[in-house]
Design a protein around this ligand. Sequence first.
Ligand SMILES: [Zn+2]
Length: 307
Amino acid sequence: MSPHVPSSDSIRTVALVGGTHGDELTGVALVRAFQQHPERMQRPGLDVTALIANEAAIAACRRGVDGDLNRSFAAAELADASLHSVEQRRAKAINAQLGPKGPDTATDLILDFHSAASDMGLNCNITGEDPFLFRLAALAIHRLAAEPDPLAVRCYQFPAPTGDAPYLPTIARHGMGVEVGPVMPGSLNAAIYFPTLCLAHTLLDLVAEYAAGRWPDAPLPLDVYTEIDTIPFPRDADGRLTAMVHPERTRRVYQPLQPGDPLFLDFHGRTIPYTGAPGLYPTFVNEPSYLAKDIALCLARHSQRMV
Ligand SMILES: [Zn+2]
């Protein structure tokens, strides 16, 4: 048992979730494949279930029908019987099945499978601080990097939300997102699907090893990319877009951004350079679902920690 993770923190019940966003089909295909062959997700000592989160959104091939399911799990919203949108009803049903959110939850770990159109590669997404999840991510990253056919996986950290977090994985004791790309919304990319499946199997293997007390003791180095900022699109006084993400940047996700680097290209062909702090890593670059949030790209700070 790792000295960095409390030994009392046993993990028995695991839920694999796909289709939290209905147009992110990688997780949908992966969960349906596990549902067809449940023996493939079972591991000794674990009780593993697979859940499609939002069938209505999948049928509509949209992120959500009335809203964003992954913003519908705040405790106050789950407790509010007057809320009846498609996503609010699904959140309550999922909370009844896998939760309830809080100390009495039935689920020790949720792995929630998402995809991005941006060329993000494979990511273990962790919100805030969770020593178990960082250790799990580090072990998965090191194991997959050492395979004969190695897979690169990154650890992406979202800042801890202030107050009542609305994300689906928060109904379990531990919740990790798996974010993979590039996969266009409403489509599948076989070159991403199978590495995602491989990562899912590796995470399940590692959780079973943890449950059996077989994690190594030695701390591991882990590169963490922490999202610290977002950059909006350039707009005119009427709020209309005046520029697109520069094509040189669209191709350079996770490559450090320096002042003066081309960032946007306006509709007359003029380049707008980046003027912010040096050495930050662009992520979710030109992500279609982020346009509505007026996010052209996110910026992450790289650090390394021992976990
Ligand atoms: Zn998503």
